[in-house]
Design a protein around this ligand. Structure first.
Ligand code: ATP
Length: 498
């Protein structure tokens, strides 16, 4: 993960927001390459989820809505995470990301329990050790009958084994350093207008903008159920503990579809259809199949109104976590807005002559998490001519730079001129690079490191020999072929756009 984060910064994929002012926790800026990659993910979503389907249309709703929208949807009352304050470190944590670890002495006896955050285990161990020492020194806890514990009697403190962790008591039963969890609402509030007295909210998801526009879209686009409305846009959550780079941030982007269907059992079929569709979409972006899995929610893990929810998970370097969710939400949302607004959101089915509130299937993905999954899937190292090479195996469709045009020598105007002409033609269609500086091998390496799938070199054969050929070098295999310069545009078109 550290290598990836380093590469992201060095090559201009992702920067910490407000770095100049020592950062701004939970916010990131996407640099020249990152913004291209993100934009390619979103345009793939638009083309596969919207344009390629005649049953889905798009929407771009406002980030700030009438606060009543969020009251009706249940977000004002219930969009919260459990939060605990640590009295020792004065930090705040999401209670469900904390766990209790027993610290043992050299005899294997548990001397105290410390509450640690589930982040990186090495940091956790260090922190836990520090905390344990502090707690023990201050005689703040009474563990297993010991009222005074002298830290100097322990040669070393060892940490919990897997089986110890299985038996961790609940924070409620052991609270030397933590306050009881309380609900913390994740919505950012703001105020609208000079004389407002009630708070407005930055949307924590794009979905509600779709529900409140259901009637508008249906009436204006003459869509008939089943049909979907998709939206791509920013969402904001005041996460208690943003972490794992762009995986959990406070400002992020979502791509969501609300697919409206009739009531009844048909949701099972549609849910399955969207699971397959979503997985194929992720595969088409280059997210590695062997790192993806399904997490089927059941029991407590399922929201009370949902019929089903299945997450696509990805094995990130910090652990397996949700990449996107596909939920069958019944008619919960439209009903809530019907009640809240007092206006009917019923649909009249002309074929069956029935009136009903449609149910929905909701595929919802976070662009930033997919961005990270693509980066992790693409990151590769090998050896070329005895030298270590780091490269990103992006699919051509998502690669930020599609091709790098390289005149073999920068001081030969006849080569530079031909290369420049080719670059001028290609840049009208794609984001391509023109690189003249340094030895050709170094330029290849630079292109590899940012995941440019093709390097096109103009050399003396291009200008001196019949057929005006250039070399096309493939990033992953380093293989090179010659191709007439006139065929480059068609070749790239097939490789990038399919
Ligand atoms: P989590 O359990 O990880 O907090 P969630 O279940 O609350 O996620 P949803 O409300 O289902 O997430 O949001 C849909 C998608 O939006 C998620 O699958 C994820 O890709 C993305 N997402 C949610 N919260 C964040 C965040 N803080 N940062 C980046 N992406 C996010």
């Amino acid at each position: 993960m550290e290598d990836l984060v380093g590469l992201c910064k060095r090559r201009g994929f992702v920067f910490q927001n407000s770095e100049l002012y020592n950062g701004n926790s939970g916010f990131y800026d996407f640099g020249p390459l990152g913004s291209e990659l993100k934009s390619n993910i979103k345009s793939q979503f638009r083309s596969q989820f919207i344009h390629a389907r005649s049953d889905v249309v798009s929407l771009d709703s406002s980030i700030i809505s009438n606060p009543k929208v969020w009251e009706s949807s249940g977000h004002v009352g219930g969009f919260s995470d459990p939060m605990s304050d640590c009295k020792e470190s004065k930090k705040r944590f999401r209670s469900d990301q904390l766990f209790w670890g027993p610290v043992k002495d050299e005899k294997g006896d548990i001397v105290c329990w410390v509450c640690v955050h589930e982040d990186d285990t090495e940091i956790m161990k260090k922190e836990a050790k520090k905390m344990a020492k502090k707690i023990i020194k201050n005689e703040k806890i009474n563990v297993e009958g010991r009222t005074t514990i002298d830290i100097s009697t322990f040669k070393d403190l060892t940490f919990a084994t897997e089986s110890d962790i299985q038996n961790i008591p609940s924070p409620e039963s052991l609270k030397p350093t933590l306050t009881m969890p309380k609900d913390f609402n994740l919505m950012f509030s703001t105020s609208v207008g000079a004389s407002s007295t009630t708070p407005a909210y930055l949307r924590p998801e794009t979905a509600q903008g779709i529900f409140v526009n259901f009637k508008n879209v249906m009436g204006s686009s003459r869509m008939k159920i089943p049909f979907g409305i998709a939206q791509i846009g920013k969402a904001f959550r005041n996460e208690i503990t943003p972490r794992n780079f762009v995986f959990r941030s406070r400002e992020f982007e979502q791509c969501e579809v609300e697919y409206f269907i009739p009531p009844g059992d048909c949701w099972k079929e549609y849910h399955k259809e969207w699971l397959d569709f979503s997985k194929n979409f992720l595969l088409s972006l280059g997210v590695r199949d062997d790192l993806m899995d399904w997490d089927v929610h059941s029991g407590d893990g399922l929201a009370h109104y949902a019929r089903a929810c299945t997450d696509v998970t990805f094995r990130f370097p910090f652990g397996e976590s949700e990449l996107m969710g596909i939920a069958a939400r019944g008619d919960y949302d439209l009903k809530a807005h019907e009640e809240g607004s007092g206006k009917s959101l019923e649909y009249y089915d002309e074929e069956t002559k029935e009136r009903y509130i449609p149910h929905v299937i909701e595929p919802s993905l976070g662009v930033d998490r997919v961005f990270l999954a693509i980066m992790c899937s693409a990151y590769a190292e090998d050896e070329v001519s005895g030298e270590k090479r780091t490269f990103l195996k992006f699919k051509p469709s998502v690669a930020p730079v599609k091709a790098s045009i390289l005149p073999l020598l920068k001081n030969k105007p006849e080569l530079v001129e031909v290369a420049q002409k080719l670059y001028d033609e290609l840049k009208m269609r794609w984001n391509v690079d023109f690189d003249t500086s340094g030895a050709i091998g170094r330029r290849y390496r630079r292109a590899d490191e940012i995941g440019t799938p093709f390097c096109i070199t103009v050399d003396f054969d291009t200008i001196e020999k019949e057929g005006k050929t250039v070399t096309v070098r493939f990033r992953d295999s380093c293989e090179q072929i010659r191709m007439p310069i006139d065929e480059v545009m068609g070749f790239l078109g097939k490789e990038i756009d399919g």
